[in-house]
Design a protein around this ligand. Sequence first.
Ligand code: HEM
Length: 369
Amino acid sequence: MLPLLVIVALLSFGSALVLPWRVSLLPAAHVHLALAMGAMPLIFGAMLHFIPVLTRSGAPAKVLAFLPLAALGAGGMAVYAFVRGDLLSPWLHAAAGLGLVAASFLAAWEMKRGRAMLGDPHPCLHWYVAALACLALALLAVAAMPLWPAERLALKRFHLHLNLLGFIGLTALGTVQVLLPTAAGRFDPKAALRLRRGLPWALAGVVLTAAGAAWWPPLAWLGLASWAGALFPLGRDWLVVYRKELFAWHGAVPSLGLAVLGFGLALAAGAVSSAGAAHLFVLGFLFPLATGAAGQLLPLWLRPGRQTEWHEGVRARLTRWAGARGLLFLAAGLVVLCGGREGFLFAVAGLLHFAVAAAGAVANRACTQ
Ligand code: HEM
């Protein structure tokens, strides 16, 4: 399931980048192609993969695979409505409803796994539940749009901030703090405490930024300050523990580190230009994050179980030049932020570089069954 979701995400990201050059669609169509059809199902799949690791429990029941598929269906319906250019389409409400049901099921399952554990679950689990709560609230905002037409623009801003900073941001920042030490091969002694202390800051940052962008801008500045309370300790600790790995050309670590830097820059840029910041968020944060994480995890997803030389070899190929690729993505986001459309070409080049390596890994798996 996960390799399939990675492929769907890569195709969605790629088409969302290329389509604006060929056809004229509502911006929401490309945005939802990349984020609702590409990122949302992948995040659901990744959570299903990580929760058993975080709670030291067994693999999820096979039937739960319907959750990423439901998310894909919801994303598909939203894209369909936007491609038709209909912002009042009933498909949008059906999509919001389906997404809400899937998010609620997933959050309930995560909490159940956490409660069933002996002792406290890993604090990353709380980041995932908070992320799904943000997604649910964002989808409720979509449902409220026709009921509260005078507030449509405010609700759209509320929806987009809750989704980008809350659903994607909290999932990503929780996950990288578990994934980066694994990729570096060295334990992070402060990760659990930092995750526990950082969540209230990050969640307050999401809510204040979203409510501020929607209704009262000064709140967004408070939100930014609150985010700093979560991001500074992370940056400081990583620079102490993983400095050598972060400043490398190869491996997943530099890509994941650059993703966190891209997230911080996109947050800061959001205070100045919301359109440019959204592009920086996608190109400078999501792309290095998704390719770095997939570079680390794809070998495991292709061949679950004991780690062998095969996994090491495939991982090394997937993350070769990942530091340079991450810099290319970040540069792409900054160029687009400054108004240069050629930034999109940098991002396409980076994605192609990863896609070729990923296709090689899948072919290698098929040949060595
Ligand atoms: C699948 C259920 C979803 C539905 C039904 C939905 C619906 C909507 C609607 C109605 C808008 C306002 C469009 C406009 O007025 O131009 C919007 C905007 C937006 N949504 Fe969603 N959305 C969904 C999922 C997501 C997800 C999962 C994300 C990100 C992770 C997301 C990110 C955004 C962004 C960034 C915008 C602003 C787009 C722009 O400025 O044109 N949405 N969404």
